[in-house]
Design a protein around this ligand. Structure first.
Ligand code: ADP
Ligand code: ZN
Ligand code: ZN
Length: 754
């Protein structure tokens, strides 16, 4: 029986009307005991005047927190349908338990908090006058190199009867307010202002559906919908290369769900929320769709939530937080690019949108179906699909036409041997020259992720690895190599143990250095650079991309930021300068990340009418991540990778919990870490593997020392149990004032190494 034995309940009062401040405790009267549970919606007297209010139970207690005579009593259970808020409260209770965050931070994550907002107005930009006039003006702008004006006019001319929201013009199209005003002053465009709740796109004509799904596409949509109609709620994975028609399948399924009176949530990584993608949904669903993104203010988010709650919209598109849109009756949750690491929250609760979506789908009344899509599925998703936990669909054909690029792997060891010490292999130099000569564009990609200073032999490619964990060792000051999982250390040797050469170094090459080299080799090429430095200012990311798209440069040099989102039809060459970099990041997902990045990067070439080519430079050309990415062969990659994960019990073969200990005093932090380990050890949890404590990859930040313990267990409950042991110990230490200067965080199935 739920909640039996508990006499008290902590409540959050009617969240949509109050700030989520703190829970209030109430007594559960005899007649309601065993019926009140976490997530229950109850009626209570509140405040001085004992006004009747609604509250949500967030925690059940056996003991009162203050004098029992001061505690008021719950009046009744608010009967009837399970309300949206109580679903969300239950979801937050699950997050609280599963991810080990506080209840309040879980609640703050799932429930929109009301903030007072003034009346919001929406502005739109549209063409006035004839299309021909606008086209004339567009041509003039192009001639005069007024690129921002041209960009806006081009977008407007694509669909001359539609308006574009002002935010999209300033944001995605990166046109300044001054430019918009100048065009409006010239009488080319008009700026309309309307109340907020109106359709954000304006009079988008819902276009007749002119796409007939292919047999393969239709089979997927049919299966998901017929399962749904037959009362089956499941998780589905669509594995299909970019351009294989996944988005059309989503749209078809959503349409059919909406026809059944249900709502749909579509998660897309923030970076892929491009103007083109959004317009595709808007054209289809018109004013029944809305967008959530990180630039919305708290007030705007609250308004979106209100629209969803009141049935004003059927579909929401947004990044991971859009999952918490309070639809009354959602039937479908779609997660596109399911493998993206941005689906995992980096702040408490460190939830993963995939796991949380699946839990939410179980909690909503009637249940919902979950559809995941990716060209390079996460090992987790594919493993579950292969083992029958999810249903798997494959889309193998590219519908956009265009051929897959021709991929060449350049062996950097070979280059060194033949005396080429530059960062461009001869193959890449040749291809660059050809590309520039033919007036096409090139993208040079440096994989900097996880650049923790792995050390390798530049002559034979040997990489120093931990003998216990099979992840690469990182260079630390003082000439030591350290494993960030188990703490193993060894001195850096000056000579390669494999081939005896003395070219043992930590590989370091930055975007700036590449830019310089391009200028040196190809003095006439116009180069743009995109990295953390050049994108610091707001809007600069989009500015660089749109400058490159309008061919203001021949070469774009950048980090992984450049591989996503935009389509550049004139790009025929992609050079990946050091494919190895992410391969030797000091964590077990390195191979997977490398494969994903290389596959995505390679897929950037030859999107338009011209065939593309790709050069992957590597010191380890035989590595399976690189080989499989070059062949765009996901299945081979998966087989190799999963056998490694199984062997070493890394996710998804097991679950993993990272316990991070941050301490002002290093020695004391180490003591606490060891006590946590000891506390978990004595519980003798079945099949628990405990590694560490070891120093984190960044061992000290702002004079705070960081240590990590990793736990591995095939059973998630074993890890939850271990976390509870650790928390009991921490509570005890806290009560005795022994936790000063110490902070501990938990991360289940971490996406990044610590
Ligand atoms: P993905 O989401 O897998 O990258 P999309 O759904 O965006 O693929 O499809 C790629 C392109 O192919 C789009 O331009 C889309 O309109 C088109 N397309 C998709 N399905 C069909 C179809 N059945 N018939 C014709 N064109 C299609
Ligand atoms: Zn060597
Ligand atoms: Zn190790």
């Amino acid at each position: 029986m739920p909640g039996s034995g508990f006499e008290y309940a902590n409540l959050i009062i009617d969240i949509s009307h109050e700030k989520v401040d703190r829970p209030f405790q109430y007594r559960i009267p005899e007649r309601l005991r065993g019926r009140v549970d976490v997530g229950s919606c109850v009626r209570i007297p509140f405040g001085m005047g004992n006004t009747l209010r609604t509250g949500y139970v967030v925690e059940l207690m056996k003991e009162p927190v203050c004098a029992p005579e001061k505690i008021k009593e719950i009046i009744e259970l608010a009967e009837g349908e399970v309300s949206v808020d109580s679903v969300m409260v239950r979801l937050s209770a699950w997050m609280h338990r599963y991810y080990g965050s506080t209840m309040i931070s879980a609640l703050r994550t799932v429930l929109p908090v009301r903030k007072k907002v003034g009346t919001l107005k929406h502005r739109y930009v549209r063409l006035i006058g004839s299309e021909a006039e606008a086209a004339d003006f567009f041509n003039t702008c192009v001639k005069k190199h007024q690129v921002a004006r041209a960009r806006l006019l081009e977008a407007l001319l694509q669909n001359p009867d539609e308006r574009i929201p002002y935010e999209i013009v300033c944001g995605k199209l990166n046109v300044t307010a001054a430019t918009i005003k100048s065009l409006s002053d010239k009488g080319i465009i008009a700026i309309d202002t309307e109340d907020y709740y109106r359709n954000p796109i304006g009079d988008v004509k819902k276009q007749e559906k002119n796409i007939t799904l292919s047999v393969e596409q239709k089979a997927i949509s049919d299966r998901v919908i017929s399962d749904y109609d037959n009362g089956i709620r499941d998780t589905y994975l669509i594995h299909g290369i970019t351009g294989s028609g996944k988005t059309e399948v989503y749209i078809d399924m959503i349409e059919r769900m909406v026809a059944r009176g249900k709502q749909a949530i579509v998660l897309i990584p923030e970076i892929a929320l491009t103007y083109q993608t959004l317009m595709r949904f808007y054209r289809h669903f018109g004013e029944r769709v809305s967008v959530m993104n990180s630039t919305l203010s708290a007030g705007e988010k609250y308004d979106q939530a209100r629209r969803a709650r009141e049935g004003d919209i059927d579909i929401i598109i947004g990044p991971r937080s859009a999952l918490f849109t309070p639809f009354p009756d959602p039937g479908l949750i779609i997660i596109d690019e399911e493998h993206e690491s941005s689906y995992k929250s980096e702040t408490m609760p460190k939830y993963h949108a995939r796991e949380t979506a699946i839990e939410l789908a179980k909690l909503v009344p009637g249940g919902a179906s979950v559809v995941l899509g990716s060209a390079t599925p996460s090992l987790e998703a594919y493993y579950r699909a292969k083992t029958g936990v999810y249903k798997l669909f494959e889309l193998d054909r590219r519908l956009t036409g265009g051929t897959l690029p021709e991929v060449e792997i350049a062996d950097l060891r070979e280059e060194l041997r033949s005396g080429n010490r530059s960062i461009f292999s001869r193959a890449l130099q040749l291809k660059m020259q050809e590309t520039l000569d033919s007036g096409h564009q090139a993208m040079l990609f440096i994989n900097r992720r996880g650049l923790a200073g792995f050390v390798s032999c530049r002559s034979c490619g040997y990489v120093f690895k931990c003998p216990h964990c099979d992840v690469s060792l990182s260079e630390h000051r003082g000439g030591m190599l350290v494993c960030h999982y188990c703490g193993y250390t060894q001195p850096i040797s000056k000579i390669c143990p494999e081939c005896g050469s003395k070219y043992v170094t930590a590989f370091r090459a930055g975007t700036q250095q590449i830019e310089k080299e391009v200028n040196k080799f190809f003095p006439k090429a116009r180069v743009l650079r995109m990295d953390a430095d050049t994108t610091r200012a707001k809007g600069s990311y989009e500015k660089i991309l749109s400058a490159f798209a309008s061919e203001e440069a021949d070469v774009l040099v950048g980090t992984q930021m450049i591989v996503k989102g935009h389509d550049f039809p004139n790009v025929t060459l992609v050079g990946i300068l050091a494919a190895d970099m992410s391969l030797y990041a000091a964590d077990y997902r390195a191979g997977e990340r490398t494969f994903q990045l290389l596959t995505q990067a390679a897929g950037r070439a030859g999107r338009g009418k011209y065939p593309g080519s790709v050069v992957i430079q590597s010191y380890q050309p035989d590595n399976y991540s690189i080989q499989c990415a070059a062949r765009q062969d996901y299945k081979d990659f998966y087989e190799e990778e999963i056998s490694y994960r199984k062997l070493l019990k890394y996710p998804p073969a097991a679950h993993m919990l990272a316990i991070q200990i941050m301490a002002e005093n290093e020695e004391y932090g180490r003591q606490i870490a060891s006590r946590i380990r000891a506390e978990i050890e004595i519980r003798k949890i079945k099949d628990m593997i405990i590694i560490g404590p070891a120093s984190a990859s960044i061992g000290k930040i702002n004079d705070v020392y960081r240590m990590v313990i990793y736990l591995k267990n095939e059973d998630m409950d074993g890890l939850i149990n271990a976390r509870e042991c650790a928390c009991d110990l921490l509570d005890y230490l806290e009560k005795n004032g022994k936790l000063r200067g110490i902070q501990v965080q938990f991360d289940f199935d971490p996406m990044q190494g610590f």
